[in-house]
Ligand binder design. Sequence first.
Ligand code: ARG
Length: 573
Amino acid sequence: MKSIHDAVRAAVRAALDLPPGADVQIGSPPDPAMGDFAVPMFPFAKVLRSAPQGIAQRVVAAFVPGGGLASAAAAGPYVNFRVDRASFTAALLAEIDAQGDAYGHAAEPAGKTVVIDFSSPNISKHLAYHHIRSTMIGNALCRIHRALGWRVVGFNFLGDWGTTHGMLLAAWDLWGEAEGVDLAADGVSKLNDLYVRFRAALKDDPALEDVARDWFSRLETGDTVARERWSLFREISLAEFEEVYARLGVTFDAVFGESFYEDRMAPVVADLETKGLTSVSDGALVVDLAELKMPPCLLRKQDGATLYATRDIASAVHRYEEFAFDRALYVVDKGQTLHFKQWFAVARKAGYPFAENLEHVAFGQIRFGGRKTSTRGGNVVLLHEVLQSAADEIAAVIAEKNPEMDAARRDEVARQVGYGAIVFADLSRERARDVEFDWDRLLSFEGDTGPYCQYQHARIASIIRKAGSDTTGADPSLLTTEAEWQVVLLLSQLGGRIAQAGARNEPHWIAGYALDLCRAFSAWYSQGNKEPALKVNCGDAATARARLSLARAVQQTLRNALDLIGVAAPTEM
Ligand code: ARG
């Protein structure tokens, strides 16, 4: 259903023949007796070449009641709209009830495809805590686009190629086998140790550089030993990634490593050469981007090795061939901004049909006490450990707050809330901002946290359990308080928030929505603590029934919002 704001915008646009997306500002009249919404007309004066007062008269003359709007009246340069709250609320609650988990989602397919590159970790390393960002922002953007009716291809572009994999093979050859390292248990840690050791050794013995390069070229030329070992490392890594993805409820529609592009790069490079875009600089093949004030994009090193950018270009060509996308998103930290700018520019110069549809969805870093996390030194905080600690801490809180809950159920809820806390903290701010990791704050049941939203959800579920969930025949016209109306207004806005989150690639619009809804619910609910007549489950049976139907709609809508950002909605806590 359209939100009541949409109905107001539509009424103004229709009356003035404005295009569907035209901006219509909605405010409140100085006195509620004048109406529910006030729309200023002066923004239209210029385009329509007439005075705002006259425009207001036009809107009022064209107004037809409907969509929840009862009347429109001109007040100088403003039009004040009055809402038919009862009919609007009745239609909205019926719709939420009928659509359930799909409430807020587009009714029609959008007929568009988006490929979302997210998570995309490097093999032979653990998923570190900072990987939560790409993984969960990407996961949310997949869900948001699906809700908007898009065909979504979640794409995991594994980093399984390049010279670091030569280093790993060299390290394995030097020490791994000789020391009988067994990769069957905790293989990724052992691979990572070998890698760190190799980099340290490299400082004293620069000749190791050549050994690594040699191993990488064996890999490139298809040497059986190199290939087998590399495949093993890849499998071990993938199995570990899968475990973490399963905890987070993350899935992909396509998993292609950089290695997949080995023989797809030559044709792409040849195409760029034919188009006269390449030049040779210090023996390397590059695309000069000086006119765009960027360093050249490196396609092939002097020794013939291809590079990250080359693989990205080849992969974009492949993605377009496979999926004919309308948008391709790359959810990657802002440290890689130049890389994306460079190869997007190359795609544009090459005249690729998809060049204008590539978007780097950049995000900030996670900081621990002001320091950013990095994998180079080997001092990483592992994602699965953070998730586990969060679940453990929440389990302890629940054991204290709700000792009756049985242990198995408690552990399940603790995982939902612990993981939810971590994910929500990651998604509750604009993505470009850095995130300060604050353990106590993100696990708190109060404030702008995941556990707060989840707790509100569980609370509503419990109210409904106690009161009985039968709300047939509920009469929404009995919902007359201002607090109830604020809740209704928010409920109607989910669809609009999803559209905004999708257009801007900002899941925090949804996290913020969940918080707004919880706060509105809480404000409504807590009135009942002061005045029994305002209780959700008050003495008057008909009113209680109407209020319960609103509470149910809040529960459903909150669950839908949390689901969009990959946060579970437990029914008890
Ligand atoms: N594997 C890369 C890294 O860990 C991220 C890849 C991002 N996606 C891409 N298409 N470049 O830094």
